[in-house]
Write a protein that binds this ligand. Structure first.
Ligand code: PLP
Length: 427
């Protein structure tokens, strides 16, 4: 009998995978809390929440129960001209907790589509009002997804290189890293002053794919205030940062000024199923509310607001809003901070940074890029230790499900220390 991974090799093309160099995928047959269990019985700690989606652990029985109940009632129905309780209830509950000013929820399928919708809303908003604002501003090295609009507002990189001629023009401002906040804010202001910018889009506080690059809430606050001053819409891409990753429920909760649109996905269903949301203000909705049908938003997907997936999201919200989840996040934040202190002066560590439950360790290397030679060495090292970490180049990061225990965290920390020592045998 061929194994799953042998059969896989015949028929599957995996995402973000150099198929020639990595012909073999690990076949997972079961998920249980923070563990992914493969066909040989190996148990891997999912230290990156399966691409940042999982909040409460794999195959959570409560989410599974709510999903199976919903499947027997209404598995799916068209969402144009029809509606259903799970979608309405989820919208009501999200609007209660989202940053202030959000009034409407537009459903789509994933993070990229949530961003596409926000881009379309921004451009058409001004078009519908008869005002010529067509430019978008984004941060250098941003990542907002893999569809064309989302790629256009993402930093130009190896991810987008093959399509560079097809991507529309976007103005990029410098990333506001250590000491670069003022320059970045000034760059934004000089662009906004021209009066041509439809919207500014950013990953608030943490740029995920760029390497878990972090910046101060004060900078985010300044960006948002400038956008208000110059009448530019703000898109907060909380696809990764949403649902508690940075501590509070949303990264925008760290500041006072609210965005005009918030994009959500990943943790929205606790990581159990794909769903995207673009939340927006009443003002944006009103710009499309017209007798003139050319002003409506021409966007939708076959599975928009799928009730089964909405049921998963509602169940995940129940778990997220429990005190135990808040306490778990606070515990992870504390553990990460203590670990960061313990390795801060390690000679192999270039920088170590933390925002909420996300910690990133940048290692010294001669090849500091996404394709750093260290990357594959680290990936293999941690897999051998039965830990799933996907380093971003020379950057190791942890972004665990909130149910991870201190014991599991300490095992991961110890393995990271072991790797650092191995890299410097004279330590
Ligand atoms: C900030 C951000 N926006 C958008 C996306 C795209 O989400 P998806 O992979 O669900 O299309 C990602 C994915 O990593 C992301 O991190």
């Amino acid at each position: 009998m061929p194994t799953i991974k042998e059969r896989d090799r015949e028929v599957i093309w995996h995402p973000y995978t150099p198929m020639k160099a990595w012909p073999e995928a690990i076949a997972i047959v079961r998920g249980e809390g923070v563990y992914l269990i493969d066909e040989d019985g190996n148990r891997y700690i999912d230290a990156m929440s399966s691409w940042w989606v999982n909040l409460h652990g794999h195959s959570h029985p409560y989410i599974a129960q709510k999903v199976s109940e919903q499947l027997l009632v209404l598995e799916h129905c068209i969402f144009a001209g029809f509606t259903h309780e799970p979608a309405v209830r989820l919208a009501e509950r999200l609007l209660e907790i989202l940053p202030q000013g959000m009034r409407k929820i537009f459903y789509s399928d994933n993070g990229s589509t949530a961003v596409e919708v926000a881009i379309k809303m921004s451009l058409q908003y001004w078009n519908n009002k008869g005002i010529k604002k067509k430019k978008l501003v984004a941060l250098q090295n941003a990542y907002h997804g893999d569809t064309f609009g989302a790629m256009a507002v993402s930093g130009r990189s190896i991810f987008t290189e093959a399509f560079s001629d097809q991507l529309f023009d976007v103005d990029f401002i410098p990333f506001p890293g250590e000491g670069a906040g003022e320059e970045s804010i000034a760059a934004l202001e000089s662009l906004l002053q021209k009066g041509e910018t439809a919207a500014f889009i950013a990953e608030p506080l943490v740029q995920g794919s760029a390497g878990m690059c972090m910046y101060n809430p004060e900078v985010l606050e300044q960006y948002f205030r400038l956008c208000k001053k110059y009448n530019t819409l703000i898109i907060a891409d909380e696809v990764m940062t949403g649902f508690g990753r940075t501590g509070p429920l949303f990264a925008c909760d760290h500041i006072q000024t609210a965005p005009d649109m918030v994009c959500l996905s990943k943790g929205l269903t606790g990581g159990s199923m794909p769903l995207g949301i673009t939340a927006c203000t009443q003002d944006i909705f009103d710009a499309f509310y017209d007798d003139d049908r050319t002003k409506m938003l021409y966007h939708g997907h076959s599975f928009t607001a799928n009730p089964t997936i909405c049921a998963a999201a509602l169940a995940s919200l129940d778990l997220l809003l429990m005190d135990t989840c808040t306490e778990n996040r606070a515990r992870i934040i504390k553990e990460h901070a203590a670990f960061a202190e313990s390795i801060r002066t390690n000679p192999s560590v270039a920088t170590i940074r933390q925002t909420g439950t996300i910690i990133a360790i940048e290692l010294k290397t001669d090849t500091p890029s996404y394709h750093s030679s260290l990357r594959d060495v680290m990936y293999r090292f941690f897999l051998d230790k039965k830990i799933l970490i996907r380093p971003l180049g020379n950057i190791i990061y942890l972004l665990p499900p909130y149910c991870i225990t201190n014991e599991e965290l300490n095992y991961i920390y110890d393995c990271i220390r072991e790797f650092l020592i191995g890299k410097n045998p004279d330590l």
